[in-house]
Design a binder for this molecule. Structure first.
Ligand SMILES: *Cc1c(COP(=O)(O)O)cnc(C)c1O
Length: 415
């Protein structure tokens, strides 16, 4: 049900809005009002900045990847969000929202999680700030991410297994929204990406904009200008975070990389902007992967953080106005990039981030050979959580499975 009182701030072009039951409207209005107040509250942001610096470990380096730069003949910089406490960019947003919840006098936070990363980040922030925490997670993801489940429980959170549908992030999100609406007075819903009804896409973007803000300042200090900025897109928070500082300057090209899964000519992918159509999902109007009857399609990605059939509404707008380019990268291409960056730089990126890194293979060959361009890739997280997936892909090779692309001891296929 759309908000009857049209709220201009709720939209990015035609996307966004508040498509939620009447009972949730109250909580969204309360959140919007509180956030508007706190946004200008010096004390709140001093506390937040202090946590980002001394707890999360910001700022994160903008690392000149010398070996990759040599490999691609362009200057490649990696924004090292993988070095954050808990291993990814998600902590920036989780801390911001849990701090907001605390200031609003809430006793409990709830969250949905796919890869487990947002659940871990929220459970971490809740432990630190002394709030109760329930995490909703699809049963399939619980199985895929056992270690993260244990981590959340160790941090004191309750992990609730969702058995509906495909038992992944989409169903977990629906369950989290339902339980939030049921306990709306006392519970704060911590959303993990730039998705959901207004004001969430704006709040999450603001908390993640530190990535872009730092990157821009780090480049300025070196006297560099970003010609290209690449990030992976699940819901789109790390991408919006880094894009935000460059949106106004059209001389910086922006690329959002989606999960191409087994390939976009199959139905096993999560390439929402490449193949989706406008629709409604999780309280927002945005591009959605759907069949001809408007039913949301099942999605696949080798990375649990990218297999979402929707995308943040601001990305849908940036796609429509062509300010950013969106492209798919397959599971295999992402794993190859993971291997390349690991062997060239000694950095094991998350499989999500490896999608962004794989885009270098598409971009660099079409750039001018006469001029070295400056390319920033956002390394949204570290690969530790993915070791069992990487391991099984490598094992697959040994047993002749179709996913195998590498010889563990022989290095990269093409070298
Ligand atoms: C969750 C996750 C993503 C995808 O989420 P966005 O909101 O699109 O940023 C990407 N990378 C890592 C490491 C993640 O954990």
């Amino acid at each position: 049900m759309e908000n009857k009182h049209f709220n201009e701030k709720a939209y990015f072009g035609q996307f966004g809005g508040q498509f939620v039951p009447e009972t949730a409207m109250f909580a969204l209005s309360e959140l919007e009002a509180e956030y508007e107040k706190l946004k200008n509250d010096k004390e709140f942001f001093e506390e937040f900045d202090d946590l980002l610096k001394n707890y999360v470990g910001r700022e994160t380096p903008l690392y000149y990847a010398k070996n990759l730069s040599e490999h691609y003949n362009h200057d490649i910089y990696l924004k090292r969000e993988d070095l954050n406490h808990t291993g990814a960019h998600k902590i920036n947003n989780a801390l911001g929202q849990v701090l907001l919840a605390k200031k609003m006098g809430k006793k409990k936070v709830i969250a949905e999680t796919g890869a487990g990363q947002h659940g871990v980040a929220t459970a971490t922030a809740a432990a630190l700030l002394g709030l109760e925490c329930d995490v909703y997670m699809g049963a399939v993801d619980i199985e895929r991410q056992k270690l993260n489940v244990f981590r959340m429980e160790l941090l004191g959170a309750r992990v609730i297994s969702i058995e509906d549908g495909l038992k992944t992030l989409k169903e977990a999100t629906t369950a989290a929204i339902q339980s939030w609406v049921a306990e709306i007075e006392t519970v704060f819903y911590v959303i993990g990406s730039v998705v959901g009804p207004h004001p969430y896409p704006t709040i999450v973007r603001d908390f993640q904009s530190i990535i872009g803000y730092e990157t821009k300042a780090q480049l300025d200090e070196m006297g560099k200008h970003a010609d290209h900025v690449i990030a992976c897109v699940g819901g789109g928070s790390n991408a919006i975070g880094i894009f935000s500082a460059f949106l106004e300057d059209n001389s910086t090209k922006l690329y959002g990389v989606e999960a191409g899964g087994y390939g976009i000519d199959t139905d096993m992918h999560a390439a929402t902007l490449t193949l989706g159509k406008p629709g409604i999902i999780h309280g927002m109007k945005t591009y959605v992967l759907q069949n001809k009857y408007g039913q949301i399609s099942p999605v696949h990605s080798i990375s649990a953080g990218l297999d979402y059939p929707g995308v943040g509404p601001e990305h849908s707008h940036l796609f429509d106005i062509k300010r950013a380019t969106y492209a798919p990268i397959t599971d295999d291409e992402a794993m190859k990039a993971l291997m390349l960056v690991t062997r060239k730089e000694g950095i094991i990126p998350a499989i999500e981030s490896s999608h962004a890194l794989a885009y270098l293979e598409k971009l660099c060959p079409v750039l001018s050979k006469d001029k070295r361009e400056t390319i920033v890739v956002n390394v949204s997280g570290r690969g530790d959580k993915d070791m069992h997936t990487v391991f099984s892909v490598l094992k697959d090779k040994e047993t002749g499975g179709k996913n195998g692309i590498y010889e563990l001891n022989g290095g990269l296929e093409n070298e």
